[in-house]
Every structure is written in C-alpha cells, then in structure tokens.
Design a protein around this ligand. Structure first.
Ligand code: PXG
Length: 294
C-alpha cells in the first residue's frame, strides 16, 4: 500500500483519506473558488510569496475572503511540505467558496475552505523535454476580461480543459489558445514565448494570458542574460516563422515547442536561446526559495 499523503485542510493536517470536502461546497457546485500551483525544489518552495500574493488577488477579484492571513498561508504551505517529508514536488493550494445552500449566490456560504496538497506532478513525458512539444491551435478561445478574467486562477478551468482535449484529439501535446481577436493568448496551462533574430517576444497580459510566475522568471532571466524581451501582439504566423519557441508554467517549467499545426518551428529542435533560458531557470529554481527544513 502506498503511504497516505498528509493534507492541510482548514487549519489541520489530516491523512488524505480524511481530507474531504462537502458535496454542498460551491467550489464543486459552481467552480466557485481559486487555486495556485507551486513547485518546491531541493527543500525550498519556489516563489512562494508571489504565488501567495496571486491567490489573494484571485480571491479579492471573486469577493472571496480567505479565512487566514497571507503569513499564515505561507506557514501552512511550508508545514504541509514538511509534514510529508518531501524535498521536490508540487503544491496545490485551493480556496473554495465553502458550504452553502444550492443557488449561485455566494452570500449564503459563511466560510471559505482552504486545502493544501503537497505531492508531485508530471505534465509532459521526459521525451518532450528532450525533443520539444508539438502544438495545435484549438478552436476554443481564451475568454475576454469581461467574460472570465484570465488573471483569476479560478476553479473554473473548463475553458482550458476543453482546449486540452482538442489538442490531444489533434495529436498534439499542447493547445495554442487565441483570444477573441484571433491573437495568441497562451497555451492551456502555460505562457508562450518566441525568439526571432535573437529577441524574445511574448503576448501582453491584455491578450488574455495569466500573469504567470514562471513568465516573470523568464523576464528576469532575459535581463540577466542581456537578451531583449518584448511584450507584443503575436499571431499564429509569428509562431510559424519564429526561430525558436518555448512555453512556461509551474507544472511545465520551461519547455521548447517545435511544431505548430504541422509547421516546423526553426529547425524543429529546442533552440540555443531556449536551452540557455532552461539552464538558467534550473539554476534559479534549485538555489532559491523559502526553506522548508531550516
Ligand atoms: N496560463 C494558465 C492558463 C495557467 O493555468 C500558466 C499560464 C503558467 O503560470 P505559472 O504561474 O504557473 O507560471 C498557468 C499555470 C496543471 C497546472 O495542473 C497548471 C498550471 C500550473 C500548475 C499546474 O496542469 N498552470
């Protein structure tokens, strides 16, 4: 039998078999809530303050009161990793609207629930990290800010799930999502970057991309390596004709993308600048973060 994970749930650390949420929780009934995906490397939680800030921002946007302070949230996150004795892995922090009567109104849900899982995740097979990912443009568009704000990491991920399904059905590993104007927004769980003539470009957040924390790390890396980086509107054509392309996300980390809709990007292999960014990312991820065991 595999050992049970220990889960943080509403102030207590409990075995996973006891970590249960009510069927009347609006997080389940309506997808009403928000979450974070965080990685830890080498006994240190990567960019924990930034993830914590983002979940409080998501909650604020949803009029959702998290029943603890950001400092307590940081403490609970570290404690959950420690309780499981893990050094490398993935944390899923979830805030649900909590239990209430059926009906959309969140005003009848007195208290939000908070749970934190520390485990592991593998988004793509190891071969994808060696050879790069194959992408397909999907018909499902990223919603506009006035439909479902892409900055809110909400529990309503059906837009992304449906896009992922389309990508898999097209024989691809990742789906390229456009916004309502047909401009590149992001992928189903990753931000996208291209490189052309030695400069990196990525869509602005206004295109409908999540303000990815890995995306921000790439901005820092580009500055450190002296590689120009521009936020600008991108079309599929820009990706077809790029020299290199890579995706970023907490789960994905930094990974090359080598094909979009049967067009080979660059020479069809992870590019030189992409490899430099990946190496620098690994260095930063393995040497910084909030210590769990000190
Ligand atoms: N866009 C979307 C829509 C995301 O969901 C990112 C970009 C990258 O953001 P970060 O901050 O992680 O660099 C995400 C994050 C999963 C999983 O279970 C997905 C994400 C993060 C962690 C786990 O597939 N996506």
């Amino acid at each position: 039998m595999t050992k049970e994970l220990l889960i943080y749930l509403d102030g207590k650390i409990v075995p996973e078999s006891q970590a249960k949420i009510s069927v009347f929780d609006h997080g389940l009934l309506y997808g009403d809530g928000c979450f974070e995906g965080i990685r830890f490397y080498n006994g240190r939680v990567f960019r924990l303050e930034e993830h914590t800030r983002r979940i409080y921002d998501s909650a604020k946007s949803l009029l959702l009161t998290i029943p603890m302070t950001p400092e307590e949230m940081i403490g609970a996150t570290v404690e959950t990793v420690k309780a499981n004795g893990l050094r490398d892995g993935y944390i899923r922090t979830v805030i649900t609207r909590g239990v209430g009567p059926m009906g959309l109104s969140p005003y009848k849900c007195p208290k939000a629930s908070v749970f934190i899982i520390a485990a592991s995740i593998q988004l793509y097979p190891p071969s994808a990290y060696e050879n790069g990912l194959v992408m397909a443009t999907v018909a499902t568009r990223r919603p506009r800010h006035d439909i479902l704000p892409p900055q809110v990491k909400s529990l309503n991920y059906l837009n992304n799930v449906m896009a992922k399904v389309e990508a898999i059905q097209a024989g691809a590993e990742e789906g390229l999502m456009l916004n309502d104007q047909g401009l590149v927004a992001e992928c189903t769980g990753d931000n996208i970057f291209i490189i052309r003539d030695g400069a990196i470009s990525t869509p602005p957040l206004s295109a409908g991309a999540l303000d990815g924390i890995t995306r921000r790390v790439v901005f820092e890396i580009a500055a450190t390596l002296g590689i120009p980086l521009h936020e600008r509107d991108l079309t599929r054509h820009d990706i077809f004709t790029a020299d290199e392309c890579f995706l970023t996300g907490t789960a994905a980390e930094v990974i090359a993308a080598v094909k979009l809709d049967q067009r080979v990007i660059g020479d069809g292999k992870p590019g030189v600048i992409t490899k430099r960014v990946i190496a620098k990312f690994r260095e930063i991820a393995n040497s910084t973060g909030t210590p769990v065991y000190e």
